[in-house]
Design a protein around this ligand. Structure first.
Ligand code: URA
Length: 238
């Protein structure tokens, strides 16, 4: 339960004074009935909200799978450059839906975003880090020595990357599964074995798999099963 005016402000309908005026002049209906008290308590999980005659999705909890295209920053906002949030309706930012972890600007593929701060934190916390799989195109020819080096764990300038699984998909393409998520990790791992990554695409994040029917730049909400698996990855109750 929360106050109607707070709910409307959080959904980005307007400022506190704007939504109060809107309610008082009858612009807001709950379950089809006009309401006049902006301070009334509302069950935001079940109330059907209408603003100026249009139905509004009032959920404050959202979980999103985005197929990130190259060229966007993974950030909640940026003063100069477009971010992944620009691909979602404004209400997602308004209710605090945030990317979980980061993909580089030129990396494509699976990005998970959620309003659940605890889930976000747990999926990234070092003790619980979930597996992530990337498809990397490189400028060298991959062979068994690279697979062995990844399996051994690589010494990078500021940390030792844990053993990772490298599968050779084609001479210039490797599929890598890592358990951690350090800055530029995949690019730096390949660099350490003499290859530069020319293209990077994330396929999985924990139990979440990029939907093959989701084109680049598109997004959708998670299914109940996908969400249940992610909460289980994070060892959290829903
Ligand atoms: N590792 C990288 O180097 N870049 C990414 O975007 C993700 C993992």
């Amino acid at each position: 339960m929360l106050r109607l005016d707070r709910w409307l402000v959080t959904l980005g309908i307007g400022s506190r004074s704007e939504v109060q005026k809107l309610v008082k002049k009858g612009g807001v209906k709950l379950d089809g009935m006009p309401v006049k008290d902006p301070e009334m308590q509302v069950d935001e999980k079940s109330a059907m909200l209408t603003v100026n005659g249009a139905a509004v999705d009032g959920r404050l909890t959202r979980h999103v799978m985005l197929h990130k295209p190259a060229g966007l920053l993974t950030a909640a906002r940026d003063k100069k450059q477009p971010t992944v949030m620009d691909l979602l309706p404004a209400v997602y930012s308004a209710i605090g839906c945030m990317p979980v972890g980061r993909l580089d600007k030129d990396t494509t593929g699976l990005l998970f975003l959620t309003t659940d701060g605890e889930l976000n934190h747990r999926l990234l916390s070092p003790g619980r880090h979930v597996d992530k799989t990337y498809l990397a195109e490189v400028d060298g020819v991959l062979d068994a020595s690279h697979v062995a080096a990844f399996a051994e764990g690589l010494h990078l300038s500021d940390f030792d990357a844990q053993p990772a699984h490298l599968e050779i998909v084609a001479p210039h393409i490797g599929r890598v599964t890592v358990h951690e998520g350090k800055f530029h990790q995949i690019k730096r791992m390949f660099s350490a074995v003499g290859c530069e990554v020319t293209k990077l695409h994330r396929e999985t994040f924990g139990s979440l798999v990029l939907d093959p029917d989701l084109p680049e730049g598109e997004w959708r909400e998670l299914t109940g099963d996908e969400l249940a698996s992610l909460y289980s990855d994070a060892q959290m109750e829903r």
